[in-house]
Design a protein around this ligand. Structure first.
Ligand code: FAD
Length: 283
């Protein structure tokens, strides 16, 4: 029973671009082997990768670091042949936990409509494999959805088709997350949700995050960063402290699963690790 209530911190990492970055991020976890995130999620570009590097990276995390992995898989550009091949590879690399995403539309990649939505691939995988399947959700609604209710109704298809866990888009305003969970409750969704938190540690990230989420960051966070924009260490501290305050507030509101988006920055992971150690210590 204890595990059901235990507080968990998971971490999202994108497959590093080169050996140096790979070494740096893996070395961080080697150096902190007493730090045990509940799992590491490994992202995957829409259309997958032209090589096995993300899968090999994920396997290293599992076998060498002994940390469970959740591999991201995008649906939009897959067909039955590519998915069959991917299933074989996932078995080969002993990866059994997947976050299924549609992927963003990309004008340069021809669209194959075998799996137009994440829920379509979730349904196929649920029928043909034993993978543990998760899906994404959007506390401020997905940008393409007409309303939050319409988006949650689509989310219910994802769940009905086999997603047993949900991970949110990056949340900067906890009130929006609490509103979202109220709506989930009203619409009968009880699937566990992990809340995505990303420390925004410099001004350049504001545009990137806005492009990614298609939502503006809260004014008060932008103002705090602007006030110290000549001092990169102070900006870093602002972003970390903002995220810590969010995490504390979420845990105080009964949230048990936090998903950290550190953008592969070991310094971000380290600060969050140190400053939340006592919050996650009862696991
Ligand atoms: P869907 O669930 O298919 O939803 C997309 C839109 O279609 C929504 O508006 C939804 O309401 C609607 N919809 C859903 N189902 C139906 C249906 N059956 N009928 C009609 N409408 C429907 N992208 C990557 O390329 N790689 C990654 O690794 C990656 N990781 C991510 C991790 C997280 C936690 C999140 C939140 C996003 C991630 N993304 C990633 C981005 C994601 O691919 C985009 O947000 C994409 O636009 C939507 O993906 P989805 O799985 O939510 O799509």
């Amino acid at each position: 029973m204890g595990n059901l209530k235990s507080k968990q911190l998971s971490i999202e990492i994108f497959p590093p671009h080169n050996m140096e970055e790979t070494h740096e991020i893996l070395q961080y976890f080697r150096d902190h082997h007493d730090f045990a995130p509940s799992y590491i999620a490994v992202t995957n570009g829409a259309g997958g990768s032209e090589n096995n590097q993300p899968l090999e990276f994920a396997q290293t995390i599992q076998t060498e670091l002994n940390i469970p992995v959740m591999m991201h898989v995008t649906s939009l550009y897959q067909d039955y042949d590519s998915i069959t091949a991917l299933i074989d590879q996932l078995h080969h690399y002993q990866i059994s936990r997947l976050l299924i995403l549609r992927g963003d539309l990309n004008a340069n990649v021809p669209t194959n409509v075998t799996f137009p939505h994440a829920s379509d691939l979730i349904k196929y995988l649920k029928q043909h494999t034993d993978f543990e399947l998760a899906g994404a959700c959007y506390p401020e609604k997905h940008p393409e959805a007409s309303t939050l209710t319409a988006d949650i109704n689509n989310l219910k298809i994802k769940i009905a088709n086999g997603a047993s866990q949900l991970v949110t888009q990056i949340v900067f305003d906890n009130q929006k997350y609490y509103h979202f969970t109220d709506q989930l409750e009203k619409l009968g969704v009880t699937t566990p949700v992990e809340v995505g938190i990303m420390p925004c540690t410099n001004l350049d990230q504001i545009d990137k995050i806005t492009q990614l989420t298609k939502r503006p960051l809260p004014d008060n966070l932008i103002e705090q960063l602007q006030q110290v924009q000549d001092d990169s260490q102070k900006m870093f501290n602002v972003g970390i402290n903002y995220a810590i305050a969010q995490i504390k507030d979420l845990l105080a509101h009964g949230v048990t699963k936090i998903h950290l988006y550190p953008m592969n920055n070991p310094d971000v992971i380290e600060q969050i690790r140190i400053k939340t150690a006592s919050l996650f210590a009862n696991n």
